[in-house]
Design a protein around this ligand. Structure first.
Ligand code: HEM
Length: 419
């Protein structure tokens, strides 16, 4: 960590523990961009584990920060609805994107069932050698002895290729998926648009381009026999074949973001975490059988989606507080994953951690991540291939983190492979 990053963290610690607790706003994206979120969550877990923030850009919300309380919310979908949105921002009335992650049963269940075979065991067995070959080819092309950006050259490349395969998407256009993934979750201050004022219009225009592109693929596939790709599954699925354009776009955004940013940021997070913990990197080199548990530990440590949000469907007691019907409830997975009462030494990155798959990063209950095994598979394969080739991947500077309290990840990570 450089001096500026160290000073910022020290200042955040002092502020987090001295400011009036009711003013803490953990959804502020700046805390995530500067990596200064931790002491705020530590204080909430300790002093106000179910905490009300009345003044936020997107309206008042409750924060749930302890592991067990998050589990209680996530596994009670009748009291805590996923409609109308699973992020802290409400959908805009003139741009609603229905998607099954933001639906309750019964519609959620049938749509989820339509796409889940793509990430089930038999298809993963089919995908593994394909992912391995690509991972090897990506690594073999990397420059040795000079700085490059790991996010762009490896994390984005591999996950975008996998996503293109899931959609059977035209190969040469696959970076469009990366762009749509970034645009879908980007706010006005993300830097992805020409200006803050123009951001929302530009975002919508790009997402309309996305759905137009995918509409062509739908039209090809709906008239052909069913195949093993996501578009064909949606076009032929009983519960999805009559979706209108916006619902098609909504579900595409879900599958693009779900399958892309999260895994990308876990791959980058693994390189960063192993560099920050050289003893763990050395252990991994000596014990490749630890790769699967390193993968789970990384996904806990990184928590690629910092939160999921719910809406209370009735008045309910949680952690001694009364949440009123209609209020927003934010489950901070990023905090539950550092809950010292459930996870031993939670700030330590520890690849031999007992019960290492016990984390909240994939959620729980009926919306638990459908793609979790595919995510783990990509991380496992890339690390098996890295360790075959390189003695180390050295981080050479501070990462650039994403400006978001939802997607917790990296824009850039400078690295070097020693000559
Ligand atoms: C490390 C990588 C990943 C993380 C951390 C992650 C995290 C999550 C989380 C937190 C949820 C919501 C859980 C809840 O509300 O209880 C979710 C749902 C979902 N994820 Fe993932 N995900 C990852 C990779 C993937 C991949 C590779 C796919 C691929 C296709 C995917 C597709 C989905 C879908 C479709 C849902 C909605 C499930 C539903 O509503 O029933 N995810 N994911």
């Amino acid at each position: 960590m450089d001096d500026a990053a160290f000073d910022a963290r020290e200042a955040a610690r002092a502020k987090a523990w001295s400011m009036p607790i009711e003013e803490i706003d953990v959804a502020d994206p700046e805390l995530f961009q500067n990596d200064t979120l931790w002491p705020y969550f530590e204080r909430l877990r300790k002093e106000a584990p179910v905490h009300y923030q009345p003044v936020h850009e997107f309206g008042p919300y409750w924060s749930v920060t302890r592991y067990e309380d998050i589990m209680a919310v996530d596994t009670d979908h009748e009291t805590f609805s996923s409609e109308p949105s699973i992020t802290i921002a409400d959908p805009k009335d003139d741009f609603r994107l229905p998607m099954f992650i933001a639906m309750d049963p019964p519609k959620h269940d049938v749509q989820r069932k339509t796409v889940s075979p793509i990430v089930a065991g038999p298809n993963l067995a089919h995908l593994e050698p394909i992912i391995r070959e690509r991972a090897g080819a990506i690594l073999d092309e990397l420059p040795v002895g000079e700085d490059f950006d790991w996010v762009d050259k490896v994390s984005i490349e591999l996950t975008t290729m996998t996503l293109a395969t899931l959609f059977d998407f035209p190969w040469e256009d696959r970076r469009k998926l990366t762009r749509w993934s970034d645009v879908a979750t980007a706010g006005p201050k993300s830097g992805l648009f020409s200006s803050e004022e123009a951001a929302e219009d530009e975002r919508r225009a790009e997402l309309y381009e996305c759905v137009d592109y995918f509409m062509r693929l739908w039209n090809e596939r709906v008239n052909a026999p069913p195949k093993n790709d996501l578009i064909s599954m949606l076009a032929h699925g009983e519960s999805t074949r009559n979706m209108d354009r916006m619902e098609y776009l909504g579900n595409l955004v879900l599958l693009i973001v779900g399958g892309n940013d999260t895994t990308r940021n876990s791959i980058t997070g693994s390189v960063l975490a192993l560099n920050q913990n050289p003893d763990q990197y050395a252990l991994l080199r000596a014990r490749r059988d630890l790769i699967p548990s390193m993968v789970s530990e990384t996904i806990r440590w990184q928590t690629p989606l910092a939160h999921m949000r719910r809406n209370a469907t009735r008045d309910v007691e949680l952690g001694g507080k009364t949440i009123r019907k209609g209020e927003k409830v934010v489950m901070w997975y990023v905090s539950g994953n550092r809950d010292e009462t459930v996870i031993e030494d939670p700030n330590r990155y520890w690849i031999e951690r007992p019960n290492v798959r016990r984390h909240l990063s994939f959620g729980f209950g009926i919306h638990r991540c459908v793609g979790n095994r595919l995510a783990e598979l990509q991380l496992k394969v890339i690390w098996e291939e890295i360790l075959k080739r390189f003695p180390s991947i050295e981080v050479t500077g501070e990462p650039t983190r994403v400006y978001s309290s939802f997607v917790k990840g990296y824009e850039r990570l400078p690295v070097r492979i020693p000559a």
